[in-house]
Write a protein that binds this ligand. Structure first.
Ligand code: UD1
Length: 420
């Protein structure tokens, strides 16, 4: 297993390009299953999760061609199989996103039931109940979700019990080909859901209320192929901004968007960062200062994203003052706290809240990554620490951060990968 070795100390300084969004690339790749012709998807990040989704489409018989500028051509017309096998789903829960489009287009889908993961139990009951409301018959058998709709799906009015990003995406994709109108209430408003909806509209879907918590979808008979460019990754953007703030550094991020990061940018300003936005470039300057501790509470978009919580916890660990960080989306998403404490952080857990007293400096130590965003928080902590930190199990980080060591090296960080 590969490891990262980071020598702490230098303040981050420099300019990098932000990659395409993993969390909108994944549903958009799943959405290609709905098309009647080839789709050309641009700005996909080169990440293990994207590779897994491409492998899943390929094993269903879909034709995949990667062209010279890393755009991926997906031809779903060659599909032969309706199954997402256990071997792929167990490595990536987002494989569940093929359920809605496969069922809507072909009338049947067999998807291995995704298990829990390090950050929580993560059920998919809302995905299944929404599809049942559209007339699907669903059975769980031999570890597989077996969904059938031989006469096609029907429009419905469905209110989601909790705000779920993946659930909204699955039902939105399914509804585009259902007969009649579907209304999805309490839908997720995350920018990745908007990106998917805009891709579906470019394919010929009829969707109104995009960006709101009430989506109305008028089913169409068929969707066409198109070319679509995936939006920039807001979590990658936020992670590098926090890394610069935690180290008292300065950074310029190109090819990104500030309008989908409002809650994160406000918190960074509260921490003392000077942030300026020019077109698709965001710059952050700390003037060498230590950040100030900030309180935060995660909640669905447009509130503070759970995917940025771990990185802010690491920044607060070296900030001036005390803070409370409350996680409300996933039950076990403060696990990185124990590793941060091994590096000299002063954090106590009270239920789903981390109470953090900032220390002036952490110290390097061997630590273990437990999930994607927790790994990013350990890398940020390592950059601020005295001495060397070895981050083990970094396969988690490779699922979500394109070329992380190259980008950090470009920003002046002393980081290297050791193959394990
Ligand atoms: C997506 C993101 C993930 C992010 C999360 C929340 C992708 C590939 N992943 O995950 O990075 O952290 O949104 O912003 O886009 N829930 C149910 N029943 C369901 C579905 C969800 O109870 O059927 C609960 C979950 O347990 C969780 C909450 O709803 O507590 C939110 O989960 P959800 O938004 O579905 O997360 P994902 O789509 O899996």
């Amino acid at each position: 297993m590969d490891k990262l070795i980071i020598q702490g100390g230098p303040k981050i300084c420099g300019e990098i390009r932000i990659s395409g969004s993993k969390n909108s690339g994944l549903p958009i790749l799943a959405a290609t299953l709905l098309a009647n012709g080839p789709m050309n998807i641009c700005n996909l990040p080169h990440l293990n999760d994207i590779t897994t989704m491409l492998a899943l489409l390929r094993c269903m018989g879909v034709g995949i061609t990667i062209n010279e500028n890393m755009a991926v051509e997906v031809d779903p017309t060659t599909l032969t199989d309706h199954e997402a096998p256990y071997e792929l789903v167990k490595t990536m829960r987002a494989s569940i996103l093929v359920l809605g489009p496969t069922l809507a287009k072909f009338g049947k889908a067999d998807v291995s039931f995704p298990g829990g993961c390090a950050i929580g139990s993560r059920p998919v009951d809302i995905h299944l109940r929404g599809l049942e409301a559209m007339g699907a018959e669903i059975e769980v058998d031999g570890g597989y979700i077996r969904a059938r709709a031989p006469n096609g799906l029907k429009g419905t009015h469905f209110v989601m019990d909790v705000v779920t990003v993946g659930g909204t995406e699955n039902l939105l994709m399914a509804a585009t080909l259902a007969e009649g109108t579907t209304i999805l209430e309490n839908a997720a408003r995350e920018p990745e859901v908007v990106d998917l909806a805009e891709c579906l509209v470019a394919m010929g879907a009829k969707i109104t209320g995009i960006g709101s918590n009430r989506l109305e979808i008028e089913g169409v008979k068929a969707l066409n192929g198109c070319t679509y460019t995936v939006m920039p990754d807001r979590i990658e953007t936020g992670t590098y901004l926090v890394a610069a703030a935690a180290t008292g550094g300065s950074i310029k991020l190109r090819d990104t968007r500030a309008d989908i990061l409002t809650a994160v940018i406000h918190k960074l300003e509260e921490a003392g960062a000077e942030i300026s936005v020019e077109g698709d470039t965001i710059s952050l300057e700390m003037h060498g200062k230590r950040p100030k501790a900030v309180n935060l509470r995660t909640a669905p978009y447009p509130a503070f994203p759970t995917d940025m919580q771990a990185q802010f916890t690491a920044m607060n660990a070296v900030a001036i003052g005390t803070s409370a960080v409350t996680e409300t989306i996933f039950e076990n998403r403060l696990i990185q706290v124990h590793e941060l404490n091994r590096m000299g952080a002063n954090i106590t857990l009270e239920g789903n809240t981390a109470l953090i007293t900032g220390v002036e400096r952490l110290t390097g130590a061997p630590v273990m990554a437990t999930d994607l965003r927790a790994s990013a928080s350990l890398v940020i902590a390592a950059m601020t620490a005295e001495g060397e930190t070895l981050v083990d199990r970094i396969y988690h980080i490779d699922r979500g951060y394109e070329c992380i060591e190259e980008k950090l090296q470009q920003l002046g960080v002393n980081i290297r990968r050791v193959p394990g």
